[in-house]
Design a protein. Structure first.
Lengths: 220, 220
């Protein structure tokens, strides 16, 4: 049964558990203790037990977690058992990088097509998916229901897509444009703001430096 | 004066404030109220006041915030006034997308070079920066001190870079490889795990659907 009260902080951590459990599974490991997971993931063992208990938990004192079972359960919570269809808007370097990332396909995210404005790309194929002209997007979406639109174009162009994508009944948007897009609330929007990530890196770097200056004898 | 006790949740939100304030500044807006910022950013006005108060705050009851001053102050906290040097490792689509993202340069992140294994790329120029062969990276770093290494190559190759980059005294790593890299604690690592972001999107999509199924009369 689906637990509906998993906190969003735990949800944000689940993909990382999923990734580590997948590696263990591939290595043929059957059971893993919270302390082993803790070592691998650099998270305290008690944090791990707390997180995994939130959805029933499969740990057994002294026996650890069943890797395959926990992996499957987390995949189910993240809804990775279902196939998701997606389109990528923008065939620049970023759009191509996303299309070529093979893991997406393994996780059931199927690329139905890519869209761009560049005439010379029409009819070409990127990572097995055809490239269409952006002006045909709306009619394409009428014929092919799509779950997720991946937006990999600049801000001003991205803003123009909000209306047509909303009209087409898209369910979710993975937004790489450097702006927040005003989709209505019923549409799930996941932003990846790369410049924000770099700014946080910059802050954390400086913090590290200040700390070392004040504690010259400690190695961080 | 630098406030050292800004919470990490606030830090994570600062780049977004910075981005909105920058837009306002470009539009020539001089003052902005917390309620106007709240509308723009879809965050409550009290959250905004609380966040901005943490580092002195420049709000004045009834007058709002001085846009330029607040923008400058947040930039200073994020350490964006200083120039950062960086190298990009991996000239695939992702590496190229990052190199071409002009905003980084505007924010003082200067690309000294890109590194790859492909012989045919040697000596070419991407976004104004030269491409070198990966085997020359260590000697390059001896001659050119670099703050940040951007890692845009697959997991197995990325793991091999941990030792040489650590030896070279790199300060920070912006990691796009699909794994956690075991750098020592003194090096700041900022991970961008795209597949994790997509899994969270998948979860949130399903949550939305479940909500609509249970509340068919409400528009979300």
């Amino acid at each position: 049964m689906r637990q509906k009260n998993i906190s969003s902080a735990v949800i944000a951590r689940l993909p990382r558990y999923f990734r580590y459990l997948e590696e263990l599974k591939e290595e043929g490991v059957e059971r893993v203790s919270s302390s082993r997971l803790s070592e691998m993931m650099h998270v305290t063992a008690s944090q791990i037990r707390q997180d995994l208990n939130q959805f029933g938990g499969f740990g057994q004192q002294g026996y650890g977690y069943n890797v395959a079972q926990l992996h499957k359960e987390i995949g189910r919570i993240l809804d990775l058992e279902r196939e998701h269809s997606l389109i990528i808007i923008g065939c620049g370097n970023l759009g191509k990088a996303l299309a070529n990332y093979g893991n997406f396909r393994l996780r059931g995210f199927r690329i139905l097509g890519l869209f761009d404005v560049k005439k010379e790309l029409e009819g070409t194929v990127i990572a097995g998916a055809p490239v269409y002209m952006i002006e045909t997007m709306e009619s394409f979406l009428e014929e092919h229901p799509v779950d997720i639109a991946v937006i990999a174009i600049p801000k001003q162009e991205a803003l123009k897509l909000v209306e047509p994508l909303t009209r087409a009944g898209i369910k979710a948007v993975w937004n790489f444009s450097h702006t927040d897009l005003p989709f209505p609330e019923g549409i799930t929007v996941q932003n990846v703001h790369l410049s924000e990530s770099l700014m946080v890196l910059s802050y954390r770097m400086r913090e590290h430096e200040l700390y070392s200056e004040c504690h010259p004898d400690e190695s961080l």
